[in-house]
Write a protein that binds this ligand. Sequence first.
Ligand SMILES: [Zn+2]
Length: 75
Amino acid sequence: MPLMHFALGDRLRLRKPHPCGSYDWEVVRLGADIGLRCEKCGRRVLLPRSEVERRVKQVLPKQPPSDDDSDYEDQ
Ligand SMILES: [Zn+2]
């Protein structure tokens, strides 16, 4: 199994959808446990790294900053 590397702000696509219907989560905390925030409903969960690695289908890199598309994700 390849070792997955996560960074704050990375977006993870999971194998199963959240009950709200979204597959995509953002990494909001790193450590022995990984904090994820659902991109659709904003719910946060804390999962052991091994659990996250089992559930992730794809790691989506951070969106590069662009001038013509300003979004304020901190809010
Ligand atoms: Zn959700």
